[in-house]
Design a protein. Structure first.
Length: 273
């Protein structure tokens, strides 16, 4: 199988950013992962990601970007989007299909608002345009765990809030067995990224997004809420909304048609109405 998987890094004006590239399709897709990137970047993960998303690799050349390695305290999602813009500029990725998941979706919002030439089509997955009580409570819990360096606690709590009961049975066993495997040397990046989730507020500027946009949410999302996806779709003119009933924040791992839905939208030539 020709995965064309490459691990790369870029030196930006603000620091070093890890990214991976795989696939050989003519269309370019940029993926932005969630706050878990604060615990582990995509460095060295090109082959595992290529295997995970191999169904997309025929039609797309896919880039997955981490946040930069060193994130000063109080770095915002808007500043992270500026970093991403610089990285995409360096790689010649204007007009890409941009898929942002959770915190990655927050960054994608600002990219589309501040740097619209970089975004040809936009997919916002299980994310929010502004803080709400649910995400504030969840992030406060994760911050407390990170300050205690309770890595397994973060992973277990994330799973409990993300998955359906069917998937949770396997996840609980997995995380308990792994213990602290994969624990980062420092939780500083995670703490900065977590803070940026509860200070993110692009809600008032979402009407400025003019590219074709698909919003995907989970009706049972216990991290950002399903309502948050509905709010985003209401603010972006001509956007499409798909809400998975019975699924939550981890729907991108559980919904069997998720990748097909994303691929169909990113391949479409339809414009926003």
């Amino acid at each position: 199988m020709g995965l064309n998987a490459i691990n790369g890094c870029l030196t930006l004006t603000s620091g070093v950013m890890d990214y991976i590239r795989f696939g050989g399709g003519e269309r370019v897709m940029v993926m932005l992962p969630g706050v878990g990137d604060g615990l582990k970047t995509v460095k060295g993960m090109a082959i595992p990601f290529a295997m995970m998303y191999r169904s997309l690799a025929k039609d797309f050349t896919i880039y997955v970007f981490s946040r930069r390695r060193e994130l000063p305290e109080h770095t915002t999602t808007r500043e992270m989007a500026a970093d991403l813009d610089e990285a995409m500029e360096a790689l010649g990725l204007a007009g890409s299909a941009v898929v942002g998941v959770s915190q990655g979706g927050m960054i994608a919002q600002w990219l589309a608002i501040d740097h619209p030439e970089k975004v040809g089509r936009l997919v916002l997955v299980v994310t929010t345009g502004r803080p709400n009580a649910t995400i504030e409570d969840v992030v406060a819990r994760w911050v407390g765990m990170a300050e205690r360096e309770d890595y397994r606690g973060i992973m277990l709590d994330t799973a409990e809030r993300s998955y359906s009961e069917k998937r949770l049975k396997a996840a609980r066993i997995q995380y308990k067995a792994l213990g602290s495997f994969g624990k980062p040397k420092s939780f500083a990046r995670f703490l900065t990224q977590a803070e940026s989730c509860v200070t993110h507020d692009a809600y008032g500027q979402l009407p400025g997004i003019s590219c074709p946009t698909l919003v995907i949410g989970g009706a049972d999302d216990r991290i950002v809420t399903g309502r948050a996806s509905e709010e985003i779709a209401e603010k972006i003119a001509g956007s499409e909304l798909y809400l998975y009933e019975g699924l939550g924040h981890g729907l991108y791992e559980e919904a069997p048609d998720f990748l097909e839905r994303v691929a169909d939208f990113c391949s479409s030539s339809r414009q926003s109405s």
